[in-house]
Design a protein around this ligand. Sequence first.
Ligand code: BGC
Ligand code: CA
Length: 406
Amino acid sequence: MKKLLGTVLALSVIGGVAFAGGSQDTAAAGASGSVVLNKDKPVVFFNRQPSDPTTGEIDMTSMNWNDKTYYVGFDAAGGGAVQGQMIVDFLAGSDASIDRNGDGIIGYVLCIGDVGHNDSRARTEGIRKALGTYAGSTDPGTVQEGSVTVGGTTYKVVELEGRAMTGTDGSTWNANAATEAMGGWATRFGDQIDMVISNNDGMAMGCLQASNYPAGVPIFGYDANADAIDAIGNGQLTGTVSQNVDAQAAGTLQVLRNLLDGLTGEAVYTNGITVANADGGKISAPVDYVADTKALLAQNTGVNASNWQDYRAGVRDAGIVQSTAETKKVLLTIYNSADNFLSTSYVPALNYYAPLYNIDLTIVQGDGQNESSCLDRFTNLNNYDAYAINMVKTNSGRDYLDKLRY
Ligand code: BGC
Ligand code: CA
């Protein structure tokens, strides 16, 4: 199988092969007459889990596309809880000065990334549950009064406003929208704002850019992007959460590698992940497998002034070693070239690890708004051995898979 795939690909690159069905995007027929169909190749969704934007329900139709379809991400619910707990711990260790206007209420504003994205919802939920403001929904504005302990005294908590940070171009998780929102909040709420919380670092850093950002007000992000870690170091950002981008990028590549090498069953999500692969390589951080959703998930850790030095950029996983397997070609999409996490954390990690897995990556990046910005470049599909997909909208899995159906 491995050999045949190689042969077919070589032929399709040279050209002059017969295409099954006569279309450019169908699989090429090999000299022997056997056909490697795109629909039988590995597909790994990552970072944006195929799911219903309203209910969050996992799109198992896409996940069951073929027996080589998996999701690689991180434990979103656990991460939301880590972020919430980090904020509660911070408040517990603070004193009365945190309540800027002394009204006995901790007021906060919340930057929401994308109301239809599982990771964003999980963070909003984790934050609100920890602060007692959760009223059964992650929608902007659906909140109740909560309570927390600040240095041994109980305070009320009020979410002054939670807003989805959608850019003027329609893109989600938008840092510029956060700068603008923060400017408005600072004017409107003044010293009612005791804390700023964000679903990601990109938007938190955006808030800090507001010229009227209330100096010294604690602010929490998520992702542990390099600039956010530096901002913790210099005291601008209070805390963030690492979703372990190295484990995720390496996990995406190792699962692809395993599938391309013909591994099946448990070996797909354990080889090189929880046990050493044939070359002796293994991801160092813990990664869990959730069988129900075919999802491989990295774990989260809170990062603040006490441990930020351990999360400085450029520290790669030394557990991953050079593969000796045959080089394979993978087409990978990124939903938005302007997303801070994907562009400053995930893509650099992919580019670092891909050569170690002998994976020749072709990355196409979208605009974060139109699915077509990625889909239109999800082409020449029979030139690739496998696909890795980061969708613009979490319910677009079908659109990519449809292109692989031959
Ligand atoms: C990241 C966000 C990012 C989003 C994009 C999330 O997992 O934490 O920062 O913008 O993915 O899909
Ligand atoms: Ca107050």
